[in-house]
Design a protein around this ligand. Sequence first.
Ligand code: PMP
Length: 409
Amino acid sequence: MKPFDITTVRNDFPALQQQVHGKPLIYLDSAATAQKPQCVVEAIDEMNAKLNANIHRAVHYLAIQCTERYEQARETVRRFINAQKTQEIVFTAGTTAAINLVAFSFGERFVRRGDEIVLTEAEHHSNIVPWQLLCERKGAVLKVVPVDDTGRLQTERLPEFFTDKTRILCVTQVSNVLGVVNPVKEIIRLAHAHHVPVLVDGAQGIVHESADVQDMDCDFYVFSGHKLYGPTGIGVLYGKEEWLEQLPPYQGGGDMIASVSFDKTTYAGLPLKFEAGTANYIGAHGLAAAINYIQKQTRAAIHAHEQQLTAYAARQLSTVKGLRTYGTATPKTSVWSFSMEGVHPSDAAAILDKLGIAVRTGRLCADTLMQRFQLQGMIRASLALYNTKEEIDALVNGLQQVQKMLSGH
Ligand code: PMP
C-alpha cells in the first residue's frame, strides 16, 4: 500500500487544478460539498455514455450490467459502514431524504399524540424540520439537548430527557457548524438503556470519523454521497433490519411492490420497499467509486492528515485579531466556524473569494446554533483530505487583509 501523498491526492481532483479570479482555487467548503476525484467522474461518465439502462426490470445486457453495479454499490456501502446485511442499506437521494423517510415511516408506525422526540441543539435543519413536521402531524413534542459554550453536547443531562413517552433520539455524529465529534456510541448506549432507539446523522461524521454501525449500535444511520467525494443526488439510509421491517413504505411506485391490484397491493421486501421509482443507479455506482477511492488512501491516513490540518488551523486562526471560533471542544474534525469583530461574514467571504478562497458564510443551515451563540451568521472553513497547510496560511493571510480593510485592526 502506497503512503498518503498529498501531491498525488490533489492531482486526483480535477476541480482543484483550476484558477478562480486569476488565483489558484483554495477550496475550503467541503462540509457543504466535497470535490470529486477523477475516478468518480469517470465512473459516472462511463455509465452515462455507455451502460445506461433501467435496473431491476429488463433482462437485456445493459439492464443487467446496471442492476449488478447498483447492487454491488449496495454491498460496497454495507462493507464500508460494517452493516450486517445488504437489506439494511436503502439508497436515498441524500441525508435529507433519508431523515424524512424515517421521520415519516417511523412516525406513522410508532409516534402518537403526546409522544416525545429528542434532538440536540447542534442539529442541521435536515435533522430538525422533518421531526417538527412529524410533531405537527401527530401532536408529538420535541425536546432539545443543549450544547455548552465550547460546543460540547451536554450528554450528562441526557437521562433527564428520557421518559416513557420518548420514541426516538436524533443526533448528529459531527456538527456541520462546530466540527465537534459527539460521543455517539456512549449516547446510544445510554438511550438504549432507556429503550430509546437512535438515529445518527452521519452527513459530516462519515467523512472524517469511523462509521461502523454495528460498533456504534445505532438503529438508523444516514449520509450523503456528495460530501463523501461522491456524486450529488445519492445517499444512504442504514436501518437495523428489525426496525425497517416494521416501518410502512414512505413513497409508493415502481420497484417497491410485490404485486398491485385495485383491491390490495403488497410490498417488496427490504430494501426495495423503500426505493420507489427509478433509483439513482448511476449515482450509487459513483458513490461506490468514491468509497473505493477513500479505502485506497486508507481511512487512517486520511484521518491523520486531517487531524494535523485541524491542529494547525487552530494555531493559525488564533493569531487573527478579533476572530472568535465556535466549537472548541474536542475531539474535533476539520470544520472551523468563526466570527470576526466588526466584519460581516458575507463581506469577508466576498474578499476571500477574490483571492481564490472558497469559504461558506451565513447561518449554515443551523439557525438554532446561530440563536445559541447570538449571531446572524458565521464564516466557515471546512477542510478535506486534499487540503494543505499552505492553504490554511493563505486563509489566515486573507483574513488579516479582511481585518485591515473592514475593521481597521
Ligand atoms: N446533516 C448535516 C450534519 C449536514 O452537514 C448536512 C449538509 N450540510 C445535512 C444533514 C444535509 O445533507 P444533504 O443536503 O446532502 O441532504
